[in-house]
Design a protein around this ligand. Structure first.
Ligand code: PLP
Length: 389
């Protein structure tokens, strides 16, 4: 087989050589026959590859893992029960015990909380870089026991775009890996590993699964994936179900087309909001002083996530949110239907007021996950909601 292109891999990745079914088969089983006494021994010792027990590996999950690795341009992948499980496993594997992590402060609220509250309880310290677009701030935060750099790009909810290659160079100059949360880009818009990153993590619960299933993934070198699978993953059990893995494979087949629709619609909505007199600021990488730089870094588009700020704080933001009729008030990103949320009191409610300010999240900010409806209807809805303030 020649080197298949990415658009082809979203449909065939992981299954063309491996599976006799045209579509990924569902292996709804817990255990697999070990065969001979000797083979059982080798499988459990990690000396032979093969299916053992679904908490460790499963043929349906294996196809998902191979497809994601192929799409990201990575050697191997470990699929997990959720994005949080993937990030937690990776942090434990790379930094426990007594390690230090340097991370952007522009993170999904759950990851922010894991880094600030939970990992320190296990002796892992984390420095959240306050101005993460400035590379010097990262460099200053690196210590002798720093185990990795961590960035989410684009970030949720202010949609900052980071220069992965520059961060990778910095990490490598200190002999540590760069980990990128590429959930909001998906492989349709960015492949951080080809830009120099060492490890990619995903919440598959967003664009990949189109709002239907929860899942997560780590993509990186085979050695790293094997080591996590046989230690923290096997011993703590955050595996994805075979059913969810199959659903994810089906949805990934349409990822590239769906992402284009999300990108186009978010641009149209962003343009409308940026001209609206009641909107103070639009958070979308195609608008504002960094637009050129951002386009260079993510030439295929920025996805469907964006935010906007209304003067008048939480009071006015609440009126607009409650007046929206087509946008569902729900905490997710990347579904067919458009969604709205008030990050300061929900997804990022675990941040203190100072942390919110430092992360660029104001009380008057509403986050939109722009879906794949006709954008004229989305604009109509936003217009009628904004007319209420
Ligand atoms: N990373 C990002 C950028 C997210 O937005 C989220 C969830 O919203 C996560 C990770 C966590 O993923 P999950 O909800 O699948 O655990």
């Amino acid at each position: 087989m020649w080197q298949l292109r990415q658009k082809t891999l979203e449909i065939h990745g992981g299954s063309i050589e491996e599976d006799r079914n045209m579509r990924p088969g569902l292996y709804r089983t817990v255990a697999f026959p070990l065969g001979s006494f000797e083979r059982g021994k080798r499988l459990f010792a990690g000396e032979e590859r093969g299916f053992i027990y679904t908490r460790i590996n499963n043929p349906s999950v294996d196809i998902l893992e191979k497809r994601l690795a192929a799409l990201e341009g990575g050697e191997a992948c470990l699929a997990t029960s959720s994005g949080m499980a993937a990030i937690n496993l990776l942090a434990l594997h790379l930094a426990a015990p007594n390690g230090h992590i340097v991370a952007s402060n522009r993170l999904y609220g759950g990851v922010f909380h894991l880094f600030r509250e939970e990992l320190p309880k296990l002796g892992i310290s984390v420095t959240l870089v306050p101005k993460p677009l400035d590379l010097e701030q990262w460099e200053k935060a690196i210590k002798p026991n720093t185990k990795f750099l961590y960035v989410e790009t684009p970030s949720n909810p202010v949609i900052d775009v980071f220069d992965v290659s520059a961060l990778a160079r910095l990490a490598h100059a200190h002999n540590i890996p760069l980990v990128v949360d590429s959930t909001l880009a998906t492989p349709a818009l960015a492949t951080p590993l080809t830009g120099g990153a060492d490890i990619v993590v995903h919440s598959l619960s967003k664009y990949m699964g189109d709002g239907e299933v929860i899942g997560g993934a780590i993509v990186g070198k085979q050695d790293l994936i094997d080591a996590i699978r046989l230690t923290w993953f096997r011993d703590t059990g955050p595996c994805i179900s075979p059913d969810n893995a199959v659903v994810l494979c089906y949805h990934i087949e349409s990822l590239f087309g769906r992402m284009k629709e999300h990108c186009d619609n978010a641009l149209i909505v962003g343009r409308y909001l940026s001209r609206h007199p009641k909107v103070k600021r639009v958070f979308h990488p195609a608008f504002g002083p960094d637009a050129r730089r951002n386009k260079k870094l993510m030439s295929k588009g920025f996805g469907g996530l964006m935010a906007f700020e209304i003067s008048g704080g939480v009071k006015k933001a609440r009126i607009v949110l409650e007046a929206l009729k087509l946008f569902w008030h729900a905490p997710n990103i990347g579904e067919a239907r458009s969604l709205v949320i008030h990050p300061a009191t929900t997804t990022h409610g675990q941040l203190t007021p100072t942390e919110l300010e430092s992360a660029g999240i104001s009380e008057g900010m509403l986050r939109l996950s722009v879906g794949r409806e006709d954008p004229k209807d989305l604009i109509h809805d936003l217009g009628q909601a904004l007319s209420k303030i």
